[in-house]
Design a binder for this molecule. Structure first.
Ligand SMILES: [Zn+2]
Length: 114
């Protein structure tokens, strides 16, 4: 039930935005995630639809935008997106101490509202 907990997180985040910006209806929400934590857009939409039935979020669209994988250098703390398959810090040129930075969760990137 991984998707369901993600959807609950999305709904809670959209509700916070709604409180702040006072919109009536949600049309679209864009979620950003990096590749490893990514889940299928269709199943996210399915859970979102059933969780928002009868609310002001009903019928809105969930889009997933895949973010580039960021690495952090363990030596100089530089954050970078590798351009080739070989992971190498562009600043100090070390390859062995670079780690993938995982975003803690899915982030809301954009909202379309009415
Ligand atoms: Zn470095």
């Amino acid at each position: 039930m991984h998707e369901l907990s993600i959807v609950e997180g999305i709904i809670a985040a959209v509700k916070r935005e709604q409180k702040r910006h006072h919109f009536r209806k949600l049309i679209r929400v864009d979620i950003g995630c990096n590749v490893f934590s990514c889940i299928a857009e269709e199943s996210l939409q399915f859970y979102f639809d059933s969780a928002t039935k009868g609310t002001s979020f009903e019928g809105s669209r969930v889009r997933v935008r895949r973010l580039p994988q960021e690495y952090e250098c363990g030596r100089c703390a530089r954050v970078f997106v590798p351009k080739t398959k070989a992971i190498c810090c562009p600043q100090c040129k070390t390859g062995t101490e670079c780690r993938l930075r995982l975003k803690s969760d899915l982030n809301i990137e954009a909202l379309e509202v009415e």
